[in-house]
Design a protein around this ligand. Structure first.
Ligand SMILES: Cc1cc2nc3c(=O)[nH]c(=O)nc-3n(C[C@H](O)[C@H](O)[C@H](O)COP(=O)(O)OP(=O)(O)OC[C@H]3O[C@@H](n4cnc5c(N)ncnc54)[C@H](O)[C@@H]3O)c2cc1C
Length: 396
């Protein structure tokens, strides 16, 4: 198809998950944006999207100051969501359960918690350090014998409903004029420049800016156009558990020093762990890795919470992390070797909570060429070439 037969847009976003839809929302909410904004999404059911398969939790317990600030903005946005994303009197409630994250540590982990705590408090996050005795007093159901301390979020951390947040962004973006198109998109290049997208139908949309918001498939989208981007899908399994005994008080989102996490979900619990590096599951089918439960999760949970000796595994699901294997952090802003292409990728398991801040940040870059609120320039792609990696210590 000749380029002349194409339609035009100011911005074409590939991927209408939480990140793509948040970008579409912030862009179309800005009175300075008057152009056409198109979101190309190949599967509007979002059956295999990272967003809908997520554990949908939000924290400020990071070791990178920008991630702390992003987390604070995200929590504030969740609280204001019914007002901000209201359409026709429908006020979306993200069901934010502000129950905190609890990072547990053995003796060797306490200095790291203390270092992180300084960064988090300096960024305005309400995170407190606990001793093993504090833990036992707060959570009598917990075995603290092998623990030396912990770090607990007192506000702004917890979990929410991922589909609700995605749909709220999408509905508001559409209400403000964003167009969603169901199609597979490929990047269209003219020389080095990305000039638009080609849809599965053969139709092309020429765009001043193309945003890569393809989640775990962002690397593949770029590779098909001969552009490098270190983002790949990594399969992660979430197990749904029930325990006969009631834990009182209920646990926050708890991360054991083994790396196993646990959080309440209704009358059940969600749990998971990052697989050891030599046991990364293959990524083509979204199949739960059941062996992780027997080998790592159950022993770890039974040690931490004796009542979990008799837990019941109800079911499990698998989703893809949008993994940046280089430094496990988002990659944001223009691609230095492909003018016209804007990146919003590689969040490595924390992209949903970051979607409000990323949506705002990318819309600022598109509208004014720079960050106007939170300076996220350290997340630029060229950090890899400079060797200026952002090594996050708290990867869950
Ligand atoms: C098990 C699990 C637990 C997680 N837990 C958390 C958590 O607790 N907190 C948190 O913040 N994050 C968590 N995450 C990560 C989070 O879900 C992701 O970082 C985030 O959802 C990424 O959003 P996205 O919009 O970029 O990607 P997605 O939601 O995957 O959306 C990308 C969309 O792009 C579409 N697409 C891809 N390629 C193309 C193409 N070529 N053409 C058209 N459309 C295309 C896809 O169909 C998809 O709908 C978790 C992820 C998993 C898998």
């Amino acid at each position: 198809m000749a380029l002349e037969e194409s339609s035009r847009a100011a911005v074409a976003i590939v991927g209408g998950g939480a990140v793509g839809s948040a970008i579409a929302y912030f862009l179309t909410a800005d009175p300075d944006f008057t152009g056409r904004c198109v979101v190309v999404e190949r599967d509007p059911t979002y059956e295999t999207a990272s967003t809908t398969l997520s554990c949908a939790s939000i924290r400020q317990q990071f070791s990178t100051p920008e991630n702390v600030a992003i987390g604070l903005f995200g929590a504030d946005f969740l609280r204001r969501m019914p007002d901000l994303l209201e359409v026709d009197g429908d006020r979306p409630d993200p069901q934010f359960r502000e129950n905190g994250y609890l990072f547990l540590a053995g003796a060797e982990g306490v200095p790291i918690l203390e270092d992180n705590n300084r960064i988090q408090r300096a960024g305005g996050a309400d995170i407190t350090l606990l001793s093993a005795d504090d833990l036992k007093a707060r959570y009598p159901w917990m075995n603290t014998d092998d623990l030396a301390g912990a770090s607990l979020g007192m506000a702004n951390e917890g979990w929410f409903d991922p589909s609700l947040v995605l749909n709220a962004f999408k509905r508001k973006a559409r209400d403000q004029g964003a167009e969603y198109i169901k199609a597979e998109a490929r990047l269209l290049r003219k020389g080095a420049r990305v000039v638009g997208v080609r849809l599965g139908s053969g139709e092309t949309i020429l765009a001043d800016t193309v945003v890569n918001a393809a989640g775990p498939h962002a690397g593949a989208l770029c590779r098909a156009a001969d552009i490098d981007l270190p983002v790949e899908p990594r399969t992660r399994t979430v197990f749904v558990l029930k325990c006969r005994e009631k834990l009182n008080p209920p646990p926050p989102l708890t991360i054991d020093h083994t790396g196993v996490y646990l959080r309440p979900e209704g009358d059940a619990f969600l749990s998971g762990v990052n697989p050891p590096a030599d046991r990364e599951p293959e990524t083509s089918a979204l199949e739960p890795d059941w062996s992780l439960f027997e080998d790592i999760i159950w022993p770890s949970l039974a040690n931490r919470i004796p009542a979990f000796e008799s837990l019941k595994l109800e079911r499990a699901w698998a989703g893809h992390y949008d993994m940046n294997p280089v430094d496990h952090n988002g990659i944001l802003g223009p691609h230095p070797e492909a003018p016209g292409l804007m990146l919003a990728n590689g969040f490595s398991g924390h992209g949903l909570q970051q979607s409000p801040a990323v949506g705002r940040a990318i819309s600022e870059l598109i509208l004014s060429g720079g960050y106007r609120t939170l300076d996220l320039s350290r997340f630029a792609y060229d950090r890899f070439a400079r060797g200026d990696l952002i090594l996050e210590r708290n990867v869950v």
